[in-house]
Design a protein around this ligand. Structure first.
Ligand SMILES: [Zn+2]
Ligand SMILES: [Zn+2]
Length: 386
């Protein structure tokens, strides 16, 4: 890549007569003949605007011998006696003929300016577009919802104490009678093996068994995925591709009113979409057959039940007599209704798990409760709950 260099001439402003934009080649003001000095920013040169994307100066470069020679003379120095600026390669002051001394001040060398404006910098492998921005937004939304929910929960869980009274105690008891009965079932022949059954004694010790396997025929048991050729699957993706070149320029001030500009052509990258295609295996669904049979076995079948319920008294079991191949299954359910005043009359229903716990509750007894702001009550653990 070829490099192109240009010398750009700066301008300065006279502080004695207010003349502006004097070309650097003039070491004295063309209007008032005041020599350029270091003070009053007279030797801080303006090099004009640069192009935002290329960093290239908008000024024309200088090409005449005299200007190029001045540019290459090194940093300016200032006379100790008359303060006039002088060429870096001149040993005596052009204004008062005094010799340059070791203490004479010179314009400081300046570092090279960056190759391009930072905001137009783009590295060749651009990162894929990420969803991080929107993801973060949703994170904030989620967090604030959580905060609102949390404060609500905190307010709702605040409790206050009230005293309730047992208004009624209720029980419901059910006895199911089940009998061990022969039934016909269907099953996969591969899962079945003949096994003799055994009848229960006092409702236990039974074996269901498998017997009289018959009427076998094939039936669909499921499906499987089988490979069925290939298919071409394409997705549109984007990548960074070089698309020609672009000019990038650096600038170096030469501390004498001139600036050296170096421009190069660098690769330019553009976002291009392309099809990313793959051959993938195609699948189809295929039925799986197996042999299904009818067989005999025994199961517990519900044949009868008796329910009894009452309130404010001790629970009792409904009477049901089991036959020789029967068993009984018992279910019990208890409820203690506690009334309390909290704004208006409310009720909390407590469900004891056992008869012992149920019997500890008596109609009319006082119960300390904790009620939260959502309106749900809890019995205060202590003597009342047993
Ligand atoms: Zn002037
Ligand atoms: Zn001098």
């Amino acid at each position: 890549m070829a490099e192109r260099t240009r010398i750009i001439e700066g301008t300065w402003n006279c502080t004695s007569c207010e003349t502006r934009n004097i070309l650097a080649r003039h070491r004295s003001c063309p209007s008032c003949n005041n020599p350029r000095e270091e003070t009053g920013q007279e030797s801080e040169f303006d090099f004009g605007e640069v192009d935002d994307t290329t960093g290239k100066s908008l000024r024309e470069g200088v090409t005449d011998e005299k200007a190029l020679s001045a540019a290459n003379a090194g940093a300016d120095w200032f006379c100790d006696y008359c303060s006039a600026s002088n060429r870096g390669d001149s040993p005596i002051c052009r204004n008062c003929r005094a010799e340059r001394s070791s203490t004479s001040r010179a314009l400081a060398e300046e570092p090279e300016e960056p190759i391009e404006a930072p905001r137009s910098r783009r590295p060749p492998p651009a990162p894929p577009p990420s969803a991080q921005g929107s993801g973060r937004k949703w994170l904030y939304v989620g967090l604030s919802l959580l905060t609102v929910f949390g404060s609500c929960m905190y307010w709702g869980s605040r409790t206050h104490g009230v005293t309730g009274q047992v208004t009624t105690t209720e029980w419901t008891r059910t006895v199911h009678r089940e009998t061990f009965q022969r039934v016909s079932r269907e099953g996969w022949r591969s899962d079945l093996s003949v096994r003799s059954s055994r009848m229960p004694v006092n409702g236990t010790g039974e074996v269901a068994g498998v017997d009289n396997i018959r009427s076998c025929f094939p039936r669909q048991r499921g499906t499987r995925q089988v490979a069925d050729g290939t298919e071409r699957v394409c997705t549109t993706k984007t990548r960074q591709e070089q698309c020609g070149t672009t000019e990038k320029c650096t600038r170096k001030k030469m501390s004498n009113g001139y600036m050296k500009e170096t421009c190069r052509d660098v690769a330019k990258y553009c976002s291009k979409s392309y099809q990313d295609c793959d051959m993938r295996t195609r699948y189809r669904s295929e039925p799986i057959y197996d042999v299904s049979c009818t067989y005999d076995t025994f199961v517990w079948q519900p044949v009868d039940k008796k329910v009894e319920s009452d309130r404010d008294c001790a629970p009792r079991w409904p009477a049901l007599e089991p036959g020789p191949l029967d068993r009984l299954r018992r279910e019990e359910k208890y409820a203690v209704r506690i009334g309390y005043e909290d704004g208006d009359t409310k009720e909390h229903v407590h469900e004891p798990r056992s008869e012992t716990e149920f019997l500890a509750w008596k109609k009319g007894q006082s119960v300390p409760l904790q009620v939260n702001n959502f309106g749900s009550a809890q019995i205060v653990a202590g003597d009342a709950v047993r």
